[in-house]
Design a protein around this ligand. Structure first.
Ligand code: SAJ
Length: 402
């Protein structure tokens, strides 16, 4: 397989699909990206982007200008189809695979013998074979012989997507050995990390395991923060001391776990193995209950005022991104407003505009507030010095202010 004669169709132009499509475009592949939103399609065809990710704008522009990236609402015939659509969960924490299903149905009309179909969306064990290959079988494709179906979970960290897309090791698992081989060959064309071959079910479970590992470890840190609060011990000092042990690496407590991955993926394990996944489920519950604990801290402090101005620093789900999806910070801020705990004002340096909040600079916000609630460890907040506003109540959920 060589780059120049390969046509790639990427289904879903979001946080994974667009970086992947534009990276492949700049490497010389002929890439067609598909999205359900006409606005997203138009933006990309204009050489512009609809999400914030370092350097993505440059990459998209150059891929579009070179004629190697086009977007549309419908798939086209291609040699490789990459499915990178969301896999959220429903209200009951059951996986919602409807986007994977509809993307697969759409491409099934364009797939031909010899094609490679890769599911990159994080998915419950069995999805690649039962859902993707299942729909292709149903629509008349011979996935056991001449159409190749594999899972290659994305593993990139928002904020470092373009680096990690190339540098990270990748896990590739086909529904049969031939599919694994074809998919490994494809990723080796543009990945500098190692491409590790397995089967599709192990690849699916590996991705869920990585994010559950992180969730469980963050839950440990969050639980420590509750215990330390009760014991009047500084949890940040405690963790930095404990981490001096050569075999201890505790992660950081925070206001909760957000984003569209770590707070979601462990549920895919719990949904299939509820009896076995006790620790994984408890970790989810510990992390999901942390925002409520932060809200009760603010409410306790607010009782000392008539109607305090509460300055909330950060809305994003983590440092130095503009992504508000599943953000504990945003949930906390919305709850403080809904419960009318005080006058809530916000600083979010990664946004220029927000529908519900006027955005303040960190300095203005500190100046105006009675209670300062630090929710995200953005770089703009890291130089704040506690002694500059000693008279105010300060709640630092990230432990960054000295
Ligand atoms: N967080 C803490 N304490 C920590 C670390 C993180 O509270 O010590 C919080 C963050 O503030 C955030 C959440 O956890 O709210 C998740 O952030 P993150 O930086 O750990 O991860 P994500 O969601 O941005 O990306 C993860 C990554 N997975 C792992 O690191 C195992 C990434 O590699 C995956 O590709 C991504 O999930 C995904 O798409 O699944």
């Amino acid at each position: 397989m060589s780059i120049n004669d390969k046509k790639i169709c990427v289904m879903g132009l979001g946080y994974i699909g667009l970086p992947t499509a534009s990276l492949l475009g700049t490497k010389g592949f002929d890439v067609h990206g598909v999205d359900v939103s006409q606005e997203v399609v138009d933006t990309i065809n204009d050489g512009k982007i609809h999400i914030v990710e370092p350097d993505l704008d440059i990459l998209v522009k150059s891929a579009v200008q070179a004629g190697n990236l086009k977007a549309g609402l419908e798939p086209v015939e291609a040699d490789v189809f990459i499915i990178a659509v969301p896999t959220p969960f429903k209200g009951d924490h059951e996986p919602d695979l409807s986007y994977v299903e509809s993307a697969t149905r759409l491409i099934s009309q364009y797939v031909k013998p010899g094609d490679l179909i890769i599911l990159e969306s994080t998915s419950p064990v069995g999805t690649t074979d039962e859902v993707v290959a299942g729909i292709l079988r149903e629509t008349g494709h011979d996935v056991d012989n001449d159409v190749f179906v594999a899972h290659c979970p994305e593993r990139v960290l928002p904020g470092r997507i373009l680096i990690e897309l190339v540098e990270n090791d990748r896990i590739v698992g086909g529904i049969n050995p031939q599919a694994t081989e074809k998919a490994v060959e494809f990723y080796n064309l543009f990945v500098r990390g190692e491409v590790l071959a397995t089967d599709s079910r192990t690849a699916e479970m590996a991705k869920l395991t990585e994010n559950s590992f992180r969730d469980v470890n963050i839950a440990f840190a969050n639980e420590l923060s509750l215990i330390c609060d009760q014991e009047s011990i500084d949890v940040w000092e405690l963790i930095s001391l404990a981490n001096r042990h050569p075999r201890v690496t505790i992660l950081k407590p925070g206001p909760g776990v957000g984003g569209h991955c770590i707070a979601v993926d462990p549920w895919f394990i719990v949904a299939r193995s509820p009896e076995q996944a006790k620790l994984i489920k408890t970790a989810r519950q510990v992390n999901d209950s942390k925002p409520e604990w932060v809200i009760s801290k603010v409410k306790n402090s607010a009782d000392k005022f008539k109607r305090p101005v509460i300055g909330c620093m950060g809305l994003a789900f983590k440092a130095d991104v503009d992504d508000l999806r599943e953000s504990p910070a945003l949930n906390i801020v919305n709850r403080l407003v809904a419960d009318d705990v005080g006058e809530v004002i916000v600083s979010e340096p990664n946004l220029t505009f927000h529908d519900s909040f006027e955005l303040y600079s960190p300095e203005e916000l500190i100046h105006k507030s009675d209670i300062i609630l630090l929710l995200v460890d953005h770089k703009e907040f890291r130089n704040i010095k506690r002694q500059e506003f000693n008279e105010k109540v300060f709640i630092d959920t990230r432990g960054i202010v000295q």
